[in-house]
Design a protein around this ligand. Structure first.
Ligand SMILES: Cc1cc2nc3c(=O)[nH]c(=O)nc-3n(C[C@H](O)[C@H](O)[C@H](O)COP(=O)(O)O)c2cc1C
Length: 199
């Protein structure tokens, strides 16, 4: 089977790409507008792209041709955001925060999420998340109705017990959820194995 992406409609393209390019990590992002309303939403077009500087990027599609999603709009205003990783106990509430609310209505309040202040930025973080990355916006590139938000990570919060004293991951203590086929499939990550690299 083959797919010519130049002739099939965008919704089919999305379904095919988002189903085949898996597993993807999920960035559960808090952002804030000038009035102080805190927004939360998940984005799986997301990854880390470097460590010097520590670079991350995610891609919010526009609501329509020109209108950004609230997360992108807030980041354009405030230039700060927090990316959280999500584990299985948080899966349902993370998905609940993907509901489309009017701008200014908070997914944090609606879902009774507890937040804590961040260390280096004004946007608060979600207390229950296993990992929280405090970020500032480096730049946002607009390509068609996609935006690619590039961020710099300044500070990382990790739930106690996930890393050992030297800062190495305890593999049996951290199982972030992975996004699988469109529309609603996910995978657990608790069956991991090692493939050593050649010298
Ligand atoms: C697991 C998951 C991953 C998602 N990934 C993306 C994504 O990468 N890009 C996107 O535009 N929307 C994505 N969405 C949909 C957004 O979360 C949804 O449009 C949300 O309402 C955006 O919120 P905002 O307007 O408050 O920013 C995803 C939804 C879920 C449940």
């Amino acid at each position: 089977m083959t797919f010519d992406l130049e002739v099939i409609p965008p919704s089919d393209r999305y379904r095919i790409l988002a189903s085949l390019i898996t597993p993807r990590p999920i960035a559960w992002i808090t952002s804030q507008d000038h009035e102080g309303n805190i927004n939360a939403a998940p984005f799986s077009f997301f990854n880390v792209f470097g460590s010097n500087p520590p670079l991350v990027a995610f891609a919010p599609g526009n609501k329509d041709r020109k209108t950004p999603k609230d997360t992108a709009r807030n980041i354009r205003e405030i230039k700060e955001f927090v990316i959280h990783m999500v584990d299985e106990p948080l899966g349902k509430v993370m998905v609940a925060t993907s509901a489309t609310l009017p701008h200014g209505e908070s997914e944090i309040d609606l879902n009774d999420l507890t937040t804590l202040p961040s260390q280096k930025i004004s946007v608060p973080r979600i207390a229950d998340a296993p990992v929280a990355l405090e970020c500032t916006e480096h730049s946002t590139i607009e390509i068609g109705s996609n935006r690619l938000v590039i961020g710099i990570v300044h500070y990382i919060h990790v739930r106690d017990g996930i890393m050992d004293d030297k800062g190495y991951l305890q593999h049996d203590k951290y199982h972030p959820l992975a996004r699988m086929a469109s529309p609603d499939w996910y995978s657990r990550t608790n069956d991991q194995f090692e493939i050593p690299r050649p010298d």
